[in-house]
Unconditional design. Structure first.
Length: 128
């Protein structure tokens, strides 16, 4: 088990919570945080300096822009993979590009979009 530091928001009170959790992966850590009724905003494995925490480098603005662009392209009739590739190519955030390339790879491999996004805590339960 690994230790993860996290920052989360309580959706009912709006208060920010900072704590640690033990889990096997970032995904598992995010699931534990979500099970507590919190919305994780940052999860970083302890010991990683400037590590690639799932939201430490992916801004809410980038996620909103991704959602809008993907929705527009799918509603315009583009196939899912083509729409995902197009949005990934337009994304300027390097960490988000990495995540999107993994999502694309999972979908290309026959997985569902929900399962592919579910592997990355950057996508809250609203996406999956």
């Amino acid at each position: 088990m690994l230790n993860y530091s996290y920052t989360a928001r309580n959706p009912q009170t709006g208060k920010q919570v900072k704590a640690t959790v033990q889990a096997d992966s970032e995904y598992a850590a995010a699931k534990l945080i979500s099970a507590q009724g919190l919305v994780a905003t940052d999860v970083i494995m302890q010991g990683e300096k400037g590590g690639f925490g799932f939201k430490s480098k992916v801004k809410a603005k980038d996620r909103v822009l991704f959602s809008r662009q993907l929705s527009t392209l799918i509603n315009a009739g583009l196939p899912l993979l083509q729409a995902l590739r197009s949005v990934a190519n337009q994304t300027t955030s390097k960490p988000f590009k990495i995540i999107l390339s993994q999502v694309i790879s999972d979908v290309e491999g026959g997985g569902t979009l929900a399962n592919a996004m579910g592997k990355h805590p950057v996508f809250s339960t609203r996406y999956t």
